[in-house]
Write a protein that binds this ligand. Structure first.
Ligand code: MRU
Length: 348
């Protein structure tokens, strides 16, 4: 499995996803500031991976603290939480992971633990969060594999793979699960302008796994669907609202509309940490606007002229009516999502 992010002694190492596939370079983070920068600049990206990275960053920040008393240690921890929460707004996994770390901290503080005990507790919680994410992806893969025909061409958008999680992937977890179940799968990877996560990252990790992969530009999907050459679509998500509306990489919404028009099943695969029952629908999901340079340039090559206005919303919202099913580690959830998600969320 690909090493998305890992401890190396007291430091955190991650593959630089901005550089793939041309170069496999690893970035070492020695402080919580390094971690915040890595998330903001997309060294690491993908909703579950961002959450895991933030949790590990909080454990790293705590381990590096020179505080001798719990008062100062608590102030630093809170500041680190705020720093990480300000990195990327759309992926709810980031806020979910920070909340989980805050809960671990307050459990320890309430039990009267020392600074060293709190440090150990945060490290344990971050490790658990990392391992839970891999386990969730594997369960998503197993549930999703059952939905894939014995022979299938599957379209995916962006990268919801091992690189976007602690390992194995969500949408690509479904694909890996189907392949492991002996199904004959061909993958069509949308290139995913502007950051090209599909062409660069999805194709890289699938080819590495020996899975048949074809890269297409984003504007080819409709025509290929009309020719009858796509059996199903599976994508990841950055935030799924209580009613099933979800935010994912810009360009997901048109794929969903096209799939419905052509009668092609459209699945969303995500861990439960992506479900945000406190957000009622897609209109309430904050959408990140990123640097215009991602649109005007590819690498150092300028595509658009100086003086042109640029828009760069990084995510779009797909209304629930386009979704065939949402696949989480808790099972396969179908419409009405307001009920199926609430049911799956109760008792946890
Ligand atoms: O901007 P990114 O690369 O972080 O966006 C990633 C996506 O939109 C993914 O599809 C989503 O996070 C799901 S990852 C399992």
């Amino acid at each position: 499995m690909l090493p998305t992010i890992a401890w190396q002694g007291e430091e955190i190492v991650m593959v630089d996803q901005r550089k793939l596939p041309a170069a496999e370079i690893y970035v070492t983070c020695k402080s919580v500031n390094d971690i915040a920068k890595a998330i903001k600049t997309m060294v690491i990206r993908g909703a579950p991976a961002i959450g895991v990275c933030a949790a590990m960053g909080l454990a790293l920040g705590a381990a590096r603290s020179k505080a001798t008393g719990t008062k100062q240690f608590t102030t630093e921890f809170q500041r680190n939480c705020d720093l990480l929460a300000a990195t990327r707004p759309t992926a709810v996994n980031l806020f979910w992971a920070i909340e989980r770390m805050k809960r671990a901290f307050s459990d320890g503080a309430l039990a009267g633990e020392s600074v060293d005990q709190l440090k150990a507790r945060l490290r344990t919680e971050a490790d658990r969060l990392h391992d839970d994410d891999v386990a969730s992806c594997r369960a998503i893969g197993a549930h999703g594999a059952a939905l894939v025909p014995q022979e299938a061409t599957i379209l995916t958008h962006c990268n919801a793979g091992a690189l976007a999680t602690a390992g194995y992937g969500t949408a690509l977890g479904v694909i890996r699960g189907a392949v492991e179940a002996g199904k004959k799968v061909c993958v069509l990877a949308d290139e995913t302008r502007p950051f090209l996560q599909g062409a660069r990252l999805t194709a890289w990790e699938l080819v590495k796994d020996g899975i048949d992969t074809t890269v297409i530009t984003d504007n080819m999907a409709g025509s290929i669907m009309r020719q009858g050459d796509i059996d199903l679509v599976v994508v990841g998500a950055d935030r799924i609202a209580a009613n099933g509306d979800f935010a994912n990489k810009i360009g997901t919404y048109p794929v969903a509309v096209l799939a419905k028009e052509h009668g092609i099943p459209f699945y969303v695969a995500a861990p439960w940490s992506t479900i945000d029952l406190s957000t009622r629908d897609g209109d309430a999901i904050p959408i990140e606007e990123r640097d215009p340079r991602e649109v005007t340039h590819v690498g150092s090559n300028q595509l658009a002229p100086e003086g042109a206005h640029i828009r760069n919303p990084s995510f779009d919202v797909t209304p629930n009516k386009y979704i065939t099913a949402i696949i989480t580690e808790r099972g396969v959830h179908r419409a009405p999502f307001i009920e199926s998600l609430a049911d799956a969320g109760s008792g946890h």
